[in-house]
Write a protein that binds this ligand. Structure first.
Ligand SMILES: [Zn+2]
Ligand SMILES: [Zn+2]
Length: 407
């Protein structure tokens, strides 16, 4: 079997992995690095099918570019397919506003949907010489690991989380000869999630009872909904703004992906979903505002921060990884961010809560050992080698972008 990363091998972002055996080849993910301007993977190469693990831009952001030059089937869960539409349209809009080069247009997005083939967890199907089995990756709703079987089997996890959360059941191990797995958190473990949630709730209470408001800048896909569920039983007024609402609408209409659909709906119904400028004024009367963007680089969150800028009773609580060169990273490191081109120093309180949806170091090792493959291919990480001492019994490959190798 031949494997080649067109992106995402030695970096977090723009994952694109091509797998070929005999006459059949597939591409798993075709994402971007959401930089300014976004970074794309190597140009598309002919394949018999595209497979998308999940609806994050670092996995899906370049996928329509494939349809600019060729047509092939697009395989993902229905929830992933529906969730990427607002993200892709929005990234086209931003590229237009910022003058970034565009590698696809809205016709290519339509073509992608015309070629859609629904993947269902646990239901195997054939494509060329491959028997394909989609499985839940536990990372965000709809996220999928794909196993491709021919004379041997190879599986790609995409991003993976192995523990159960309020929203999802964690990824479960399975049999495969070759395991291609992400390694974002190689060398790092997460604080226990229950402790993080308890600390978040108690800090939220502290801020609100002392007369402040809590702004939670958050990613639209998965995190917005998880936070709404976590905070729904606090009894405070919660407003949800930004693209997270479009994703929530999609989630509300798609069954079969949540650990407890009734708990999910119950949590969402306790929040007020903000639509339009008029509601936005009123949202400032609520105790908690959950809103995009998660790294403070646009979206309604900046408007709310601008209003509360000098209110030292209010707080900004970050819950996700903050990429370099983003407002979120600048806020964490220097206490400043850019609002409409001007650098400001909010007087608001600031805290970080690790609600990552990526498996930590020890969980990655346990998962790999439970799968027990012959070969392990580590990707989607900057410190992959930190996993090597714990995987000494396996043949481990650390691929580089653009390099083809045989497994
Ligand atoms: Zn992801
Ligand atoms: Zn990723």
């Amino acid at each position: 079997m031949k494997v080649k990363f067109l992106g995402g091998a030695e970096e977090v972002g723009r994952l694109a992995v091509r797998i070929e055996e005999k006459d059949t080849s597939v591409m798993v993910d075709y994402g971007i690095i959401p930089d300014k301007p976004p970074k794309y993977p190597l140009p598309p190469e002919q394949v018999n099918g595209l497979f998308l693990t999940h609806a994050h831009l670092d996995h899906c952001g370049a996928m329509p570019a494939y349809y600019h030059s060729m047509e092939t089937s697009f395989n993902s869960t229905i929830l992933t397919a529906n969730s990427i539409k607002p993200l892709l349209i929005d990234s086209l809009k931003i590229a237009g506003i910022e003058g970034y080069p565009r590698f696809f247009n809205s016709d290519d997005v339509s073509l992608l949907y015309e070629n859609f083939n629904e993947a269902r967890y646990g239901e195997s199907y054939d494509l060329g010489n491959f028997k394909i089995t989609p499985m839940s990756a536990g990372h965000i709703p709809g996220s999928t690991m794909f196993r491709f079987e021919n004379s041997a089997s190879i599986a790609v996890t995409g991003d993976i989380f192995t523990r159960d959360t309020r929203l999802l059941t964690g990824a479960r191990p399975f049999k495969t000869d070759v395991l291609v797995i992400e390694s974002t958190y190689a060398g790092k473990n997460h604080e226990d999630r229950d402790h993080v949630i308890a600390r978040l709730k108690s800090k939220v209470k502290e801020v609100i009872e002392s007369g402040g408001k809590v702004i939670l800048p958050t990613f639209a896909v998965g995190r917005t909904q998880e936070l709404a569920m976590i905070l729904a039983d606090t009894g405070y007024n919660i407003s949800v703004d930004g693209m997270g609402n479009s994703i929530t609408d999609i989630y509300m209409h798609t069954d079969g992906f949540f650990r407890s659909p009734s708990e999910f709906r119950k949590g969402i119904r306790k929040t007020t979903r903000i639509r339009g400028q008029r509601m936005r004024e009123r949202a400032l009367e609520s105790d908690i505002i959950i809103t995009t963007s998660g790294m403070l680089d646009g979206g309604p969150v900046l408007g709310y921060i601008e209003k509360l800028l000098n209110d030292n009773k209010s707080a900004i609580f970050l819950t996700g990884y903050q990429v370099e060169n983003t407002n979120g990273r600048s806020l964490m490191e220097n206490g400043t961010l850019k609002l409409a081109g001007t650098t400001v120093r909010p007087q608001m309180q600031l805290d970080f809560f690790d609600l990552s949806a990526h498996a930590g170091h020890d969980d990655l090792v346990s998962f790999i050992k439970a799968v027990d493959p012959q070969k392990v291919v580590l990707c989607h990480g900057e410190k992959r080698e930190e996993l090597l001492p714990d995987l000494s019994q396996y043949e481990v490959i650390l691929p580089m972008n653009g390099q083809e190798f045989t497994v």
